[in-house]
Design a protein around this ligand. Structure first.
Ligand code: GAL
Length: 402
């Protein structure tokens, strides 16, 4: 009798929680299933997987229009930063401050900028789940062996190695033909080549004169080079480009550290099968972007209870370790054991410990400005637009950004 009663009581509060995200590559799917598993095992609630195929660029507008249009999901991934600003202003996202205070998120989240990016007018609206950085180039040992070359130690050596790769029938640079990837590579080259000071002036202070300066001129010239090295890379999705590196069809890819999830699924070992160079081997610094979960306001106590249970699960120590090891990202808590992390993650952790961090693009620029830059990059990478023209157009976008 008692058992039946308890089961009934549990069921009254159980909710089906639809969770949307854009984690559909092999490595991403393996990582998100750690969240689903922990949520289902540790609570009475059900994880209803709302994976949206494609990239963040495809998923974000769908997620946002569902929330605005009155068809909200129970929880959703976004990149923390300015993407959710308007939803928060419209009162459409749940305030998590009480839970965050109860669980002491401020004391464990490291760096604190991750929680700041979830905070709006002093209230917390998201739970950060990882630290992802864009500043990496991934190099294929197989490709370099075929070409009879040592694996390059930085971007300049990589550029110098390209003719020999091409002679061996290898595409030097794998690049998916999507604007967010082309824009991501631009950001990475900017920090590596223009340097952190110039980058800060442009992206953080929105200084259009700095965007027109000689440091940035070198960045736009480097993209013209990269565009030539990627000319024979005709894949679309980022993970198809990673796969070119995994299979030795390409020498390298500039991509965020989520690429590690793909190497792991393919059972490749960092340092043996591939090399990762933070900051393109030039400038060991990482941006600290990442993913966070937001909880749309839904007027149903069972759903609200499930939302809080999920928020709590996502940031709990064991789940942070299990998820991030598969995702290739770093945990948002400084107090968990990451001895199982691979070489590349260890490099990232060391840089983080040494304080070599920067805020991510999404934390500085509005989605509107980001879109304008992405559109420019799509055109720049796929036409013969000159470095000078691209630089002038970029400076105009920076000048008019908010
Ligand atoms: C980013 C996201 C990462 C990764 C990547 C590729 O926006 O932060 O977690 O999933 O997209 O899908």
């Amino acid at each position: 009798m008692a058992g039946t009663f308890l089961a009934g009581a549990g069921a009254a509060h159980a909710a089906d929680l639809e969770v949307t995200h854009w984690w559909t590559s092999g490595g991403e799917a393996a990582a998100v299933s750690e969240f689903a598993k922990a949520f289902t095992e540790n609570t009475d609630h059900n994880w209803v997987d709302g994976a949206i195929a494609g990239s963040g660029g495809t998923a974000r507008p769908i997620i946002i229009s569902r929330i605005i249009g009155g068809d909200p999901m129970g929880a959703t991934q976004l990149n923390h930063g300015r993407q959710a600003e308007e939803l928060i202003e419209a009162g459409l996202l749940t305030d998590l401050t009480e839970l965050a205070e109860k669980e002491g998120w401020k004391d464990v989240v490291n760096p604190s900028s991750l929680l700041d990016a979830c905070t709006y007018e002093g209230r917390i609206y998201c739970v950060p789940v990882n630290i992802h950085s864009w500043q990496w180039i991934w190099l294929s040992h197989d490709a370099y062996e075929t070409a009879g070359l040592d694996v390059p130690a930085d971007w300049n050596e990589f550029v110098a190695s390209a003719p020999k790769l091409q002679e061996a029938g290898i595409v030097p640079l794998a690049m998916g033909q999507q604007s967010w990837q082309q824009n991501g590579a631009f950001g990475v080259l900017a920090i590596a080549i223009a340097g952190v000071d110039a980058w800060r002036k442009v992206v953080v202070d929105r200084d259009a004169d700095a965007a027109m300066g000689p440091e940035y001129q070198k960045v736009f010239e480097a993209i013209v080079t990269a565009r030539e090295l990627a000319a024979d890379s005709n894949v679309q999705d980022w993970n198809q480009a990673t796969n070119m590196v995994i299979t030795g069809k390409a020498g390298a890819q500039i991509m965020g550290d989520w690429a590690q999830g793909e190497f792991q699924i393919a059972e490749q070992v960092a340092g043996e099968d591939y090399t990762c160079l933070p900051g393109l081997g030039i400038n060991e610094i990482l941006d600290t972007g990442g993913d966070a979960f937001y909880f749309p306001v839904i007027d149903d106590p069972a759903v609200q209870e499930a939302q809080m249970a999920l928020a709590s699960t996502l940031i709990s120590p064991d789940v942070q370790v299990a998820f991030n090891l598969k995702k290739g990202s770093l945990p948002v808590r400084g107090d968990v054991d990451l001895s199982a992390a691979n070489d590349c993650m260890q490099k990232g952790l060391d840089i983080l410990k040494a304080g070599g961090i920067l805020p991510s693009g999404e934390m500085n620029l509005t989605p509107d400005t980001q879109t304008q830059i992405e559109d420019l990059m799509a055109e720049f990478w796929s036409t013969d637009m000159s470095a000078g023209d691209a630089q002038a157009r970029y400076a105009d976008i920076i000048r008019s950004s908010e």
